[in-house]
Structures are given as C-alpha cells and as structure tokens.
Design a protein around this ligand. Structure first.
Ligand SMILES: Nc1ncnc2c1ncn2[C@@H]1O[C@H](COP(=O)(O)OP(=O)(O)OP(=O)(O)O)[C@@H](O)[C@H]1O
Length: 226
C-alpha cells in the first residue's frame, strides 16, 4: 500500500507537532524512531486518520484520511502504546470476535476466524482470560489478533515493546516479523527495527533521516546526544 503525505502538518494552537511533511511510503517494514515528543505518534496517527492534518493531506492508496475516513480505518489497524486500553470486552476471545462480528461475520465463520488468529499468534490458551491476567507481551499479541482478524492491509504499532522484558519483547518481535501485512513500527527499541527496509528518524517534528536501519540508528544516536 502506498502512504502519501502531501504537505501534511499538525498544529496544536501555536505549537507545531509535525512541520509540513511530504513523503511517500510503500515498504513492507517501516520503522519510526526519535526522541520523546519528536512527532512519531502524531505521524503514525495521521496515517489511519486518528489525527487529522491541520493543513495538507494524507492518503492511503489514494483514499484521503479525512474524506474517506471509514475506508482508511478498515485498511489500517492501529495498536496503541498501552494495548489494555483497546481491549474493550472483558474476555479476550470476545474482544477478538468483536470487530469481525460488527462487520457481519457470524456462526462457524466467525469462530474459525477467531480460532485462526488465536492460533497464529500462539495465544489460544489465553482466549478465556481477562486482560488484567495477561503479561504486557501477551496483551500486545491479543490486541494484534483483534486487529489482524479484521484483515487490514497495514498494521501500525506505537511502541509495541515499551516496558516489556526480553522474553515478551522477543515474542512481540517474532509476531511483527511474521506478519503478512505491511507494518509501520514506532519504537525506542532499535533492535526491533534493525532488519527493516526503511527507517525514519524524527526530530523536533521533522524527518531528520530517511533510509536504511543501520544509518538511521547512527543518526538517531547523533541527534539524541547533540
Ligand atoms: N493532543 C495534543 N495536544 C497538544 N499537544 C500535543 C498533543 N499531542 C501531541 N502533542 C505535542 O506534539 C509533540 C509531538 O508529540 P508526539 O506524541 O507525536 O511525540 P512522540 O515522538 O510520539 O513522543 P513519545 O516518544 O514521547 O511518545 C509534543 O510536543 C507533544 O507535546
């Protein structure tokens, strides 16, 4: 999928969260790194229309995130920094079933779809649990399953390994690596984006570097320590 920013900018009053940005993205794995407050989440939320540009446009395969917001939401799933906030229903299985159910899937087809994603992310044993009974990594996988079951073309992750231990981090990394969908991953975890085709470094609301993962890490270290 082609994601196109055309002079898109975001302002909150007098403060600029994202300076006018024009960029086209179509790689399968795109990393976004940068200091706190550099504009990464704003950038990511623009992609699926959670944040609307103050000026300019953002489009996904020609669909405008403002005018075609519903179609954009169906194409691009978003995993929030704290996935517990996006798991609405008390039981994991019901939460995963919620999206496809509200799109009309029912009966055996619904059960098969839910079983499929539970198995795919290795969380079948967690289906009957409540969100607070899951580890941070398991919560990420449950939120990911709930997004993937709706069959988006793109999945956007906002700091998916934030505050996870090594084991949970590896679990989430494996899930992202194995994802069939295009993925955009915001992260402070440079290992997570190390193998990505394209990595953007944000700094003070602008892209300070756009290129391969190893050069991006070096550039990030430079801006972080400057
Ligand atoms: N709703 C909002 N209202 C006002 N200012 C905001 C809002 N959302 C973000 N900002 C500001 O915009 C700037 C960019 O924020 P953003 O969350 O995009 O950064 P970030 O790189 O994702 O940071 P972090 O790594 O801490 O999550 C920050 O200065 C932030 O304070």
């Amino acid at each position: 999928m082609q994601i196109t920013f055309d002079r898109a900018e975001v302002r909150y009053g007098a403060a600029v969260a994202l300076h006018p940005l024009s960029v086209a993205l179509c790689e399968r794995r795109i990393g976004v790194i940068g200091l706190n407050g550099s504009g990464k989440t704003t950038f990511a939320r623009l992609i699926n229309g959670l944040v609307k540009p103050s000026a300019g446009t953002v489009s996904l395969d020609g669909l405008d995130t403002v005018k075609d917001d519903k179609a954009v939401l169906a194409k691009a799933g978003f995993i929030f920094q704290n996935p517990a906030n996006q798991i609405i229903l008390p039981i994991i299985r019901d939460d995963i079933a919620f999206g496809p159910k509200s799109r009309g899937l029912k009966g055996a087809a619904l059960e098969t779809a839910v079983d499929g994603v539970l198995e795919r992310f290795g969380i079948t044993h967690l289906a009957g649990r409540r969100p607070h009974e899951l580890s941070g990594g398991e919560l990420q996988l449950a939120a990911l399953a709930a997004v993937v079951v709706t069959e988006p073309e793109l999945v956007i992750f906002d700091e998916p390994t934030n505050q996870l231990d090594l084991k949970n981090r590896a679990m989430v990394k494996a899930a992202i690596d194995g994802l069939m969908q295009q993925a955009i991953v915001i992260s402070h975890d440079l290992d997570l984006v190390a193998g990505f085709e394209r990595v953007l470094v944000f700094h003070q609301g602008r892209i300070a570097f756009d290129g391969n993962a190893s050069e991006a890490s070096a550039r990030y270290r430079e801006v972080a320590l400057s």
